[in-house]
Structures are given as C-alpha cells and as structure tokens.
Design a protein around this ligand. Structure first.
Ligand code: SAH
Ligand code: TYD
Length: 406
C-alpha cells in the first residue's frame, strides 16, 4: 500500500518487477560491487486514475553531471522536435517578443529551433553534462530542477512565459504539484503549456513494460492529467496522439477558461473509460501479458543460443534495463549491446552487466540476431540496417509481441 502522489488516496501495486538498478546507470567494472538497487513496483490509484511507481530513487541518483541520455542521438526525434517547435511558434507565439521556457531541455534538441528563429527562450535542465552540450550550441540554459521556487525566480527575473514546453519530462517528476503550481505562476494569461509523454493506453496495448523504470514515476492518461491540472485551476484544452517512443500523447494546457477546449479531450476521456484505463482489472491483465512476454523472450533466446547463434542487442536504452534484469538476460544470451552514444560505450549495462560497444563493432561482424532494444526507433533503424538483413541477419523484437522478423 502507498499514498497517491496526486490525490493522497491509498493505492496498491499491480506488478512487481523485483529489485532494479538505475536504468541509465551504465557502469565501469569497478562499480559493479556498489551498484544501487531499489524495488520496482507499479500501482494504480482508483480515485484519480494515476498509474505510478510505488518507490522511486532520489532524483540526484538519476539526474547528475554524468547523465547518459543525449536526446540528439536520434534523427527521428530531431525531426519530431523541429515540427513540435514549429507548431508552437505558429499557433501560440505570434505576439511581440514572445518568451518560451522548456523544462527538461537536455542537449537542446527542441530549443535549438527557437534559437534559430530568434525567439527569447530558456531551458531548465538539471543534468549538467547534457545542459552544457545545449549551452555549447548557444542555448540559454539554467542547470537546476524545475519546481515552484525556480518558477517564481524566473518570473521575477524575466517575466511571464507565453509557452512552457516539455517532452518526456513530466512523467519523470514525483513532486508534480510543485511543478504545476510553478507552471501556473510562470505562464502568462492566455499562455499555454504543451508537453508530451509516453501514453498509458499505448503501454497497455503494446505490453511495452520496458517503459517502466526508475525515471518514469508516472504513466499518464488524459483522465489523470485532467485531474492533476484541475487541482491547480488549469485545464486540458487539447490532446494530440504522437507516433514517437512507442506512442505518446501531447497535452495542451491553459489557465481555466482562457481558451476554447477541443472536443477531442472529452472524446479521448470517454475512449479511455471504454478501454478500461480506469479499472484495476486492466492492469491485472497487463501483468499476465508481461509475464508471458518474459517467458517467450527467454525461450527464444535460449533456443537460438543452443543453436550456436550470436545475438547482439541494438541500442543500450534505459528501457532495456527493465527487460534484461526482469528476464534475467546476461552476456551468455546477449554478447554485447551496440550503441552510438560515446558515454555508454566501453561500459556495462545496469544490473545485467552486458558490455556496451560502439556501433562499429556491430557493423564489422554482423551477428545472426539483433535484439532490438531501441524498438521505439524501429523505422529509423530498419531503414539504415538493410545490409544486416542482406547478410542474413534477423531482428528479434518483443514489442508488441515476442517474434523474429523473417
Ligand atoms: N526533453 C528531452 C529529454 C527527456 S529525458 C527529450 O524528450 O528527449 C528527461 C530530462 O529531464 C533529463 O534530461 C533530466 O535531466 C531532466 N529533468 C529531470 N527532472 C527535472 C526537473 N525537475 N526539471 C527539469 N528537468 C528535469
Ligand atoms: P531511447 O530509446 O531514445 O531512450 P531510452 O533510453 O529512454 O529508452 O534510446 C535510444 C538508444 O539507442 C540511445 O542510447 C541511442 C541508441 N541508438 C543507436 O545506437 N542507434 C540508433 O540508430 C538509434 C536511433 C539509437
């Protein structure tokens, strides 16, 4: 039993993944003995419909000056954030001297578009190494965790923001009430907050349980987001599904009554009810599917290894930490994981301690099977890996179901 971070009700877990390490905590061998583990369990609050981790490690353990995730490693996401930025500029920033603030701006993948358009901007990013990478690109960034206090400071020093944007950030923050209060204070009258995060409906539909790891403390639906913002005198005025990260939802929020509400909001809330996203049974059935997925993936990996085939992981994602540790996958089954991020290369995956090697190692000697950990970038990856397929290589995927792509 735990207390809901949004509405204070008591709620209980529906799935327990066991002890887990920090998902982005890639290790040097001398760090193996001191690796930190915490219990990864997820619960559903019947009152406000928020799905959330029972326990989350302290934020400084996840976001620091050696944070492994650089957003700009994906071309697809670079294009996606360019079009996100363009739609914000064209729809909401037509006024004189607009001001845009991004929360969780990482290496500047989104804000670089506002810089190019000469728009007054500010990024808030607590992980110093990725924040520095943004600053090197000329993006104004404050290195800190956003909350109510920081919002007040920005408001006093720079005035109100016409748009506050965020991607894959809100679902990381357990103290959301402080964040939403801060947004409410910083946002100008008529201003909008626009953010997107992996969508609970897609996680359930695709059994993409690997979206569940330390950083993702919440799994949002339109219903739970509406509940949260209503508590702070704000409302959801539009919702737009996004085809990234395995299915995300973009939420547009304003001060209550400031703007017209799209009929899409009520339609999606209605749809969530018919899909059972407000019912415990839905999450119990999700758990059974997750257990089956683990059985099937292990059976497949053992089978091909018995046949003497080589399996290499593709993309040392944070998501894969949950898969590897929950399924008990180690380097006996997956020889190494190929990744293009220099800070991950030469290190070992959290918990499972599978070596992470540069992409060149994958290309130099193709394995028989590539286990697609970065499945959310499947289209981009498949398009550039035609030679692997031509050489007889096969993909193993596990979302939405375990299979070999022949
Ligand atoms: N927006 C980027 C990065 C997402 S990863 C993208 O979509 O690719 C989440 C980012 O949020 C990390 O860079 C992390 O350091 C940052 N973060 C975590 N807590 C935060 C907080 N309270 N305020 C602002 N940023 C935060
Ligand atoms: P991603 O799935 O975006 O995020 P998360 O860590 O949140 O689960 O991470 C993709 C990882 O895969 C990142 O480390 C970069 C790597 N990658 C490649 O190695 N090759 C590629 O072609 C792509 C698109 C990503």
């Amino acid at each position: 039993m735990a207390q809901c971070r949004i509405c204070d009700s008591v709620y209980s877990e529906f799935i327990d993944f066991g002890m887990m390490p920090i998902a982005n905590g890639f290790l040097a061998p001398e760090m193996f003995n001191d690796e930190f583990f915490y219990p990864l369990k997820v619960g559903f609050c019947d009152k406000c419909a928020m799905v959330q981790l029972i326990e989350q490690p302290d934020r400084e353990m996840m976001f620091h000056d050696n944070y492994a995730y650089f957003s700009s490693t994906s071309e697809r996401m670079t294009t996606h954030f360019r079009s996100f930025a363009e739609s914000v500029m064209s729809m909401y920033l037509g006024m004189e001297d607009p001001f845009v603030v991004e929360l969780g701006s990482n290496d500047g993948i989104m804000l670089q578009n506002f810089v190019a358009a000469g728009i007054r901007h500010l990024g808030i990013e607590p992980s110093a190494n990725v924040a520095q990478s943004a600053m090197d690109k000329g993006i104004e960034t404050i290195c800190c965790f956003f909350d109510q206090e920081i919002a007040e400071k920005i408001f006093k020093e720079r005035g109100p923001a016409n748009a506050i944007i965020a991607a894959n950030l809100m679902c990381h923050i357990p103290y959301l009430h402080s964040v939403v209060e801060g947004v409410c204070r910083l946002l100008s009258p008529g201003g909008v907050m626009i953010f997107e995060d992996p969508y609970l409906g897609d996680i359930i539909d695709n059994t993409s349980y690997d979206q569940i790891y330390d950083e993702h403390v919440f799994f949002f639906s339109v219903s739970s987001i509406q509940y949260l913002f209503n508590m702070h005198g704000m409302e959801v005025i539009d919702v737009i599904p996004q085809d990234v990260h395995g299915g995300s939802m973009r939420y547009v929020i304003s001060h209550k009554g400031d703007r017209e509400v799209s009929p899409r909001v009520a339609t999606l809330i209605q749809e969530e009810q018919s899909r059972g996203l407000n019912k415990r049974e839905t999450f119990e059935s999700f758990r059974r599917k997750v257990e089956l997925s683990r059985e099937q993936l292990l059976a497949l990996l053992h089978k091909v290894r018995k046949e003497g085939k080589r399996v290499v992981g593709y993309g040392a994602t944070s998501k894969s930490t949950t898969v590897n540790v929950y399924c008990g996958i180690t380097s006996d089954l997956v020889e190494f994981v190929s990744d293009t991020t220099p800070t991950k290369q030469g290190r070992y995956s959290p918990g499972a301690h599978i070596p992470v090697r540069p992409y060149e190692d994958f290309k130099e000697r193709y394995p028989d099977y590539a286990l697609l950990f970065a499945w959310n970038h499947a289209r981009e990856i498949m398009a550039k890996e035609t030679l692997f397929r031509e050489a007889g290589g096969k993909w193993i995927v596990y979302v939405p179901e375990v299979k070999v792509l022949e």
